[in-house]
Design a protein around this ligand. Structure first.
Ligand SMILES: NC(=O)c1ccc[n+]([C@@H]2O[C@H](COP(=O)([O-])OP(=O)(O)OC[C@H]3O[C@@H](n4cnc5c(N)ncnc54)[C@H](OP(=O)(O)O)[C@@H]3O)[C@@H](O)[C@H]2O)c1
Length: 323
């Protein structure tokens, strides 16, 4: 799309609302079953017009939730900068229709205050994120990871204060162990900033939050659960069934290592692909349905390097055809 051409969201974007949205725990918030993540494919290294087309396609199809973090890119910060540009170019008129999250927890800037779980880091990082994203507030601010060396109360109070300062509407935590999740649930509830959502990696190859108990705890306590990397970064698609495509994430050998694709894993992926085909599904649809069918799951966050991938992923939430 020509940058000068004004984006107008598709009029039919909420036509599938009944199948698309799920309530997030015991909250007032509905989230799309499929949310869009900005970890990869939205950095300064990626073509802006491609990122823009993916974001448009998402919103035009009812994907109202965009998931970000301070260090998404590469380089760090540029996932949020791309989002800020999208706000200015296209999405500003739709701000109240969007549910935007960001996070702090991993290394972001040098020195002792640019990482982990201190109040100093979280508060500064959120201010930086808002500037990059060109937003007055985010809908959801997360602690991106558990920090064993900072008192949990310090991290959690920073989340509470982000809400009290009007910089975030809701709070979440990601990748915290079950015991720490229990502390967070109680601490936040007692301060009237209830934990909206837990974000954890859940897919056919990694059932951590089921095995470790976070998913069950969330379900029992009215906390939403959102699963990241539901396609195991692309492994649970047709991407690697017959080699490593040049334009794939694995070809870059960074977050998804070539060494991960062992003969055993490839065999398993091919078996899953056969199971998917027996249900007349693609492997991606089968993998997304697996996560979405777990009781307590609100949404999955997918990544996409093309509009076609996102379109294919969205097929997973189409109702089964009736005989
Ligand atoms: N809280 C955390 O610590 C944490 C950690 C990781 C991620 N996240 C969140 O979760 C989001 C999603 O993570 P992810 O990118 O790993 O998710 P994913 O959905 O498991 O993997 C996305 C990748 O799979 C491939 N793909 C997607 N749909 C496809 C299709 N239909 N056919 C073929 N290939 C397809 C693409 O790979 P190619 O790029 O190779 O085309 C795409 O980039 C992130 O953006 C972020 O928001 C959070």
């Amino acid at each position: 799309m020509d940058l000068k051409e004004r984006y107008v969201a598709a009029a039919e974007r909420y036509d599938q609302s009944e199948v698309m949205y799920r309530r997030c725990g015991r909250s007032g918030v509905l989230l799309p079953q499929i949310s869009l993540g900005f970890w990869k494919n939205f950095g300064a290294v990626d073509p802006y017009e491609r990122s823009r087309a993916i974001a448009h396609y998402a919103f035009d199809h009812g994907v109202t939730h965009f998931d970000l973090a301070n260090n998404y890119g590469p380089p760090y910060g540029t996932g949020e900068e791309t989002f800020g540009r999208l706000m200015d170019d296209d999405f500003r008129p739709y701000r109240d229709e969007l549910f935007v999250s960001t996070k702090a927890g991993y290394d972001m800037w040098s020195g002792p205050y640019g990482n982990l779980g201190s109040r100093k880091y979280l508060m500064s990082s959120l201010d930086q994120s808002l500037r990059r994203m060109r937003l007055d507030y985010v809908d959801l601010f997360y602690s991106h990871r558990y920090d064993p060396d900072t008192p949990l109360e310090e991290t959690l109070q920073a989340l509470v204060d982000a809400v009290k300062q009007g910089k975030a509407l809701y709070v979440g935590i990601s990748r915290w162990p079950l015991d720490a999740l229990k502390v967070a649930e109680k601490y936040l509830r007692e301060r009237d900033v209830p934990l909206l959502i837990y974000q954890g990696r859940l897919n056919l190859l990694d059932r951590g939050p089921i095995e470790e108990g976070q998913l069950e705890f969330c379900r029992e306590h009215g906390i939403g659960f959102i699963g990241f990397s539901p396609l195991a970064q692309g492994l649970l698609t047709d991407r690697y069934l017959n080699g490593i495509p040049d334009d794939s994430r694995m070809a870059r050998d960074a977050s998804l290592k070539k060494s991960a694709l062992t003969p055993e894993l490839l065999k398993k992926l091919r078996e899953l692909n056969v199971q998917a085909a027996e249900q007349e599904k693609t492997l991606a649809e089968f993998a997304l349905r697996y996560v979405l069918d777990q009781p307590g799951v609100t949404s999955v966050i997918v990544g996409a390097s093309s509009v076609e991938q996102l379109a294919a992923d969205l097929k997973a939430i189409q109702p089964e055809p009736q005989d």
